[in-house]
Design a binder for this molecule. Structure first.
Ligand code: MG
Length: 320
C-alpha cells in the first residue's frame, strides 16, 4: 500500500492526535478519580469488601478536612459496648457492661435478683418502682467496690483488636477521647484498665455506681443514660464540650443508630466523621447504616480502620 507524503503526514497526525486524545482521556479520568477519592484510594485496607460508604466523595472531603486540621483540632467520641468492646470472641458473644454483671459468678443471677426484689418489695411495697429496674436489682446483691475489679477480670468482656494501640496513639498525640456509654461506667473503666490502659485523655460519661462509706453499692449516680437519650445527656454536659471547643473536628464511633446523637451537644463542631460498627443482622441493616453513618464496618472485630484514619489525622505516617 502506497500513500502520498502528505497523506502519511495526515495519517501520522491523526494517529498522534488519537493517541494523545486517549492518553489525555485516561489521564484526566484518573486525575478526576484521584481527585475525588485520593486519600481513600491510597488505603488498601479499605478494599476488603467489608468497609462500606454510600458517599465516598463526601467521606473524602471530610477526611481532607480532618487531615488539614491535624491532631490539635481533633477529638473522638465513642460508644463502648460493641463499639470499643468486641461483639464476638472465639465464636461466643461478648457480654456488654450490664451482661458482665448479669453473668458474674460473684453475683446472684438476674432471676434470683428478681425473686429477692419481689420478697423485699412485698415488705417495702412503697419502694416497688425502685426494684423494678436492673440497676435497682443490683443494689440488692451485696455488690462492693472491691468486687468490681474481680468481676471484670473473670468476665468474657474483650476489647476489639488494636484498641490498646489506638488509645496509646491518641494519648501520645494528646487527642481527647470521650466515651459515652449507656452501660456501666465502673465496669467499662475497669475493662479498659485491665485490657488496655485508661489514659488521662479519656473521659467517660456513663451510669456510675454509688457506693457507701463501706464500699457497698447503694444505687447509681445521676440520670440514667440509655441508648436513646444520649442526645439529652450530651446537652446536659456542656462543661465537657466547652473544654474542647477548639477541637472542631470530630470522629464519632458507634454501633447503634442512637449513638449518632452523641456529638449533638458539641456546639463548635465543624467536621463530623461517623464510623459505625455493624455487628449483627448485617443484610437487614446495612443499607440503613450506610445512609446514617459515613463509614460502615461490617463484622469487623478490630479498631484497624479507625486507627488507620487516626494515624493520618494525627500525621503519624511520614508518607501521608
Ligand atoms: Mg453499643
Amino acid at each position: 500500500m502506497f500513500e502520498s507524503s502528505s497523506g502519511k503526514k495526515l495519517l501520522i497526525g491523526a494517529g498522534l492526535a488519537a493517541v494523545s486524545a486517549v492518553a489525555f482521556y485516561t489521564l484526566s479520568s484518573r486525575m478526576t478519580a484521584n481527585h475525588s477519592t485520593k486519600h481513600l484510594d491510597m488505603m488498601e485496607e479499605l478494599k476488603n469488601g467489608k468497609v462500606h460508604m454510600k458517599h465516598p466523595e463526601q467521606v473524602e472531603e471530610k477526611i481532607s478536612k480532618l487531615i488539614s486540621g491535624g491532631k490539635d483540632k481533633l477529638q473522638v467520641v465513642s460508644d463502648f459496648d460493641k463499639t470499643m468492646s468486641r461483639h464476638r470472641y472465639n465464636g461466643n458473644r461478648v457480654p456488654s457492661c450490664h451482661g458482665v454483671l448479669d453473668t458474674s459468678e460473684f453475683l446472684p443471677s438476674p432471676t434470683v435478683r428478681k425473686q429477692q426484689s419481689y420478697e423485699i418489695s412485698t415488705i417495702r411495697s412503697k419502694c416497688l418502682p425502685r426494684w423494678t429496674t436492673a440497676h435497682g436489682l443490683l443494689v440488692n446483691c451485696d455488690l462492693t467496690k472491691d468486687k468490681v475489679s474481680k468481676i471484670v477480670e473473670n468476665s468474657m468482656i474483650r476489647l476489639r483488636d488494636h484498641v490498646n494501640e489506638t488509645l496509646e496513639m491518641l494519648k501520645e498525640k494528646e487527642v481527647p477521647l470521650l466515651i459515652f456509654s449507656a452501660g456501666v461506667g465502673d465496669i467499662l473503666k475497669e475493662a479498659i484498665k485491665q485490657r488496655a490502659h485508661l489514659h488521662n485523655n479519656i473521659h467517660v460519661i456513663s451510669n456510675f455506681m454509688d457506693f457507701d462509706e463501706e464500699g457497698k453499692l447503694i444505687g447509681f449516680k445521676g440520670e440514667l443514660i440509655h441508648t436513646f437519650n444520649k442526645h439529652e445527656v450530651a446537652v446536659h454536659h456542656p462543661e465537657i464540650f466547652e473544654k474542647n471547643k477548639l477541637r472542631s473536628n470530630i470522629v464519632l464511633l458507634g454501633d447503634t443508630l442512637g449513638d449518632l446523637t452523641m456529638a449533638d451537644g458539641m456546639p463548635y463542631k465543624q467536621t463530623l466523621l461517623t464510623i459505625g460498627f455493624l455487628n449483627d443482622h448485617i443484610s437487614e441493616n446495612l443499607e440503613v447504616y450506610k445512609t446514617k453513618y459515613d463509614i460502615v464496618l461490617e463484622d469487623d472485630e478490630s479498631f484497624d480502620v479507625f486507627m488507620l484514619f487516626s494515624r493520618r489525622f494525627c500525621k503519624q505516617l511520614l508518607t501521608f
